[in-house]
Design a protein around this ligand. Structure first.
Ligand code: GLA
Length: 705
């Protein structure tokens, strides 16, 4: 029997043999006649699979499997073997475009069950896969590995694009050919889990991942804690990808009849490069995943780099006037507004004490919210509720709420420790931090939720079983966020983690946007946003114009405009023309933001390969677009020597291209009255005239009758 799990263009086909083994026989382009899937295995003459389970749908250990398992357990009687066989399967439509397939497996010897779930988003070709593990044994079973899913791919050769980073250096890509054996992408940081490596990756089949050609798989874990992704090229030259939570120090005891649900592994296959895959992923993310993915976003002025911890009510009132003057929607008050016994005047004290600092703000947050209203702008606030400085009342009163080894020296990350979110009392505390802010200030319009430390010395005073900590922490965090969203369903929240230390689609269900990096040097951001854009849509990515990098203001604004724009500068110190430029750019952004937020992204010229990076967004009806171009290398008079081929337009339509974001007094070198056919723009291209004199150029593309 075959079970084809099909999306619009692709099929993942499972086969059940006479002895009820379930295997993956195909993942690729969909066939018009589903009967033909069954014959696919006969067309291969690869080395003999003497284990008979190389392509298992969910590979278990302790049986005839000799390679890396997806699941590994110790039964109640101490036995380590597991063999999962088919019981039944079902499928149901759970939305106009979404289908859920369930495959039930069980061990013939032990009362141990695994449910494999496949959620298919037809139009976007997106698959989410996860599993639910349960048993009816006499005592607890210990789960030693518990991946969400495994895939099995066939191609002549495979390439992996993975990412690494550090603070202010996020999302650096590396592409390499996969050789036989296992390559593991993982994190053991607990919180701020993506700091060194995120779970997003790409696999190129038969060639390295390319923009518009070739077969590529994009994958990601929807999980904000430790993850582990094993890519194993086996002796048949096929690739198994096993993705899930990291089992590092996390053996999980499962009680009889308790269900252990893994997070979702997200994947999408494309036959025409990563450009197509990411457009589908963006559309899926907006429609199904990111909180309020098709909603509005607020432009803002943040005070972090403008003041750091050094502010008072008077200074903030001035910044509220600045917010109005600049013309953005909201003022975002950053770190430093709280704590009294140990005032939060630097990052060494006060974290955890969420009472307003009465020296800096004697009239409370309420007075700021009121003043924001007087200025006709909204008000938002920064919190970091999962963390604590040892120098705080919270730490003094609740040392048992803190993750630390009782008998060892404490070790700090940014002078702080992580609260134990596996403890329901701590969950209540964290929820209350948010709830109190909203209760006391019903007009609060935005939250920046930060997370600046990793977990060192993992130990919970609350948990009996220490190896549950990494997993129960994240479950506790999600539990709090569920409560926040039940009470405050739509208020925009930014997911921040000392930069991009925490972004994944598990967390983005609760957040409207994320902070890709503290590094806002526009040149670095162009590279980072380029890489993030493979996986996340522009509407979810925040960039603020700051002083980082010492680049021209226009270049900074143009780089922020490519995504969700904000500012973090001292507005009242701007030169007249600089202010005018910013104000006009915000007006222009308001005109084109719908295309940036909801349009299709086409990456045109890669900053890693060219001197001029280019990308564009096009509206659904292909009638309007925005084109961004940036000089990223400036040796030997580098410039846009050749036209840049646009994409995604209607070949038969006529378009005009106009330059926007011109600095006051500068004339455009682009003739906005000229018209071009879509065909011309896509086959010959358009030269935005980027050079050392014009280091960034932003244009609108408009269909003309
Ligand atoms: C982190 C964030 C910054 C800022 C500071 C405040 O580093 O990434 O944007 O909010 O914390 O301490």
């Amino acid at each position: 029997m075959t079970i084809p799990i099909e999306s619009r263009n692709h099929a993942l086909v499972l086969q059940v043999d006479e002895v009820k083994n379930v295997s993956i026989i195909y993942f690729g382009e969909k066939l018009a006649k589903p009967d033909e899937y069954a014959g696919i295995p006969q067309s291969y003459r690869q080395a003999n699979d003497f284990t008979e389970v190389l392509n298992a749908a969910y590979i278990s250990s302790g049986n005839r499997n000799l390679l890396e398992p997806a699941i590994s357990v110790m039964h109640a009687d101490g036995n380590h073997s597991l063999d999962l066989r088919y019981v039944n399967h079902s499928s149901e439509n759970i939305g106009a475009d979404v289908k859920l397939y369930t495959i039930n497996l069980k061990d013939p010897v032990y009362p141990f069950n695994v449910k494999l779930l496949y959620k298919v988003y037809m139009i976007n070709d997106v698959f989410e896969q996860w599993s639910i593990i349960s048993h009816e044994e006499k005592k607890d079973v210990v789960l030693q590995k518990f991946a969400s899913a495994n895939l099995y791919l066939k191609a002549d050769k495979f390439w992996l694009t993975q990412y690494h980073g550090d603070w202010a250096q996020e999302m650096q890509p590396e592409t390499s050919r996969l050789t036989h054996g296992i390559k593991t992408l993982d994190t053991k940081l607990g919180t701020r889990a993506n700091l060194l490596q995120p779970s997003v990756f790409m696999v190129g089949l038969d060639g390295p991942p390319q923009e518009d050609e070739g077969k590529v798989l994009l994958g990601a874990m929807e999980w904000s804690g430790n993850f582990r992704i094993d890519l194993e090229l086996d002796f048949q030259d096929n690739l198994r990808i096993i993705a899930g939570m990291n089992n590092y120090a996390s053996a999980y005891s499962l009680k009889p009849s308790e269900a252990f649900e893994t997070p979702k592994f997200l994947y999408i296959l494309s036959n025409s490069g990563k450009g197509n895959a990411s457009r589908n992923l963006h559309s899926w993310a907006r429609n199904y995943k990111i909180l309020d993915g098709n909603g509005e976003r607020l432009t803002l002025l943040n005070n972090w780099e403008a003041t750091y911890f050094d502010f008072n009510e008077e200074k903030l009132f001035k910044l509220l006037t600045d917010t109005k003057e600049l013309g953005v929607d909201l003022f975002l008050l950053d770190d430093g507004w709280f704590a009294n016994k140990y005032p939060r005047n630097n990052d060494r004290a006060g974290l955890g004490d969420w009472q307003v600092n009465t020296t800096k703000l004697p009239n409370g947050i309420g007075s700021l919210v009121k003043e924001a209203k007087n200025n006709d702008v909204k008000f938002g606030i920064w919190i970091e509720p999962e963390m604590v400085n040892p120098k705080s009342e919270l730490y003094e009163n609740h040392p048992d709420w803190v993750i630390k080894q009782p008998k060892r020296e404490e070790h700090y990350f940014r002078n702080q420790l992580v609260l134990d979110l596996s403890n329901p009392e701590v969950q209540d505390f964290v929820f209350k931090v948010v709830d109190d802010l909203f209760t006391e200030n019903p007009e609060l319009a935005y939250i920046k939720w930060d997370c600046n430390a990793v977990i060192y010395n993992a130990y919970s005073a609350h948990l009996k079983n220490q190896s549950h900590l990494y997993i129960d922490y994240v479950k506790g965090l999600y539990h709090v966020l569920d409560r926040v969203r039940a009470k405050y369903p739509k208020v925009p929240m930014m997911l921040c983690s000392g930069g991009g230390g925490r972004v994944d689609y598990g967390a983005l269900q609760y957040f409207t946007e994320f902070w890709p990096s503290d590094n806002t040097d526009p040149l670095e951001r162009i590279y980072m946003q380029w890489e993030y854009s493979n996986f996340y849509p522009a509407i979810s990515m925040a960039n603020h114009v700051t002083e980082w990098g010492d680049r021209p203001l226009k270049y900074r604004v143009d780089a922020a405009m490519m995504v969700k724009m904000g500012f973090d500068i001292v507005v009242h110190e701007l030169e007249e023309n600089d202010l005018k430029f910013c104000q006009e750019a915000i007006n222009s952004y308001n005109d084109v933001k719908d295309v940036i937020w909801y349009g299709d992204l086409y990456r045109l010229a890669d900053p890693k390969e060219k001197s001029v990076a280019s990308l564009m967004y096009v509206s659904d009806d292909k009638n309007s677009g925005v084109l961004f171009n940036y000089l990223v290398k400036d040796r030997f008079g580098d410039r846009s020597a050749k036209p840049i081929k646009l994409k995604g337009l209607d070949a038969g339509k006529t378009y005009s291209i106009k330059e926007i974001n011109l600095y006051p007094g500068r004339n455009s070198r682009i003739d906005g009255s000229k018209t071009y056919s879509g065909e011309y723009l896509m086959k010959i291209g358009f030269n935005p005239d980027v050079s050392g004199w014009r280091t960034s150029v932003v244009c609108t593309i408009q269909g003309v009758e």
